[in-house]
Design a protein around this ligand. Structure first.
Ligand SMILES: [Zn+2]
Length: 199
């Protein structure tokens, strides 16, 4: 996909629910990528996932293994990289880009094949989000994107049913892919598959 101006960024409910679950289960920052769809003057995030990363309360960085996971995923799905030119991450608190975030975005954008990049920040404390679009073509430009939360309204029951369907799976992904500095992993205690707490 390719676009040449600022566009609003929408989240599909399923992608939004996954984002909320990743962020709320993970006691430190967490990040990932996902699929972007360009549709009638808007960007839709239709899928969210994580890769191997090192995370603390103040940063989240994909490991080399994490970058390989994305490459393999795109290869396996025969997907174009431009549909995944997207980085999301959480902050425990703080709805603004940090100096480190600016550096990360700059690094993503400086990859030779990148024509545009979408970044999204989810603040865990409030559940608020901001998004940013970086265009390399036709001219280098950065926009704060408008981010209406969802493509449609949803009910709380919908989220809860998503959580009972995806919750344990998302926790398992966090256990497998999120490393704390020093190499430690997170472990969730579960009671009847319902009690969620990171130990
Ligand atoms: Zn950040």
């Amino acid at each position: 996909m390719r676009f040449e101006k600022n566009l609003p960024v929408f989240l599909e409910p399923e992608a939004y629910f996954d984002l909320v679950l990743y962020a709320s289960f993970c006691p430190v920052e967490i990040s990932g990528t996902g699929k972007l769809i360009l549709e009638k003057e808007k960007i839709i995030i239709s899928e969210i996932f994580i890769v191997s990363q090192v995370c603390s309360p103040f940063f989240t960085v994909w490991t080399t293994q994490g970058q390989i996971e994305i490459r393999d995923y795109l290869r396996e799905k025969k997907e174009d990289f431009s549909n995944y030119a997207f980085w999301w991450h959480s902050h425990l608190a703080g709805k603004w880009w940090s100096e480190l975030d600016f550096k990360m975005i700059k690094k993503f954008c400086s990859q030779p094949f990148v024509e545009q990049w979408v970044s999204l920040l989810y603040e865990k404390k409030t559940g608020e989000m901001i998004a940013r679009i970086d265009l390399m073509q036709p001219k280098r430009k950065t926009f704060d994107a408008i981010i209406p939360r969802l493509t449609r309204l949803f009910r709380v029951e919908e989220f809860l049913s998503h959580q009972s369907r995806r919750g344990v799976q998302i926790q398992t992904e966090i256990e497998n892919k999120v490393f704390l500095p020093g190499g430690m992993k997170l472990k969730f205690r579960r009671k009847n598959g319902r009690f969620f707490k990171a130990a």
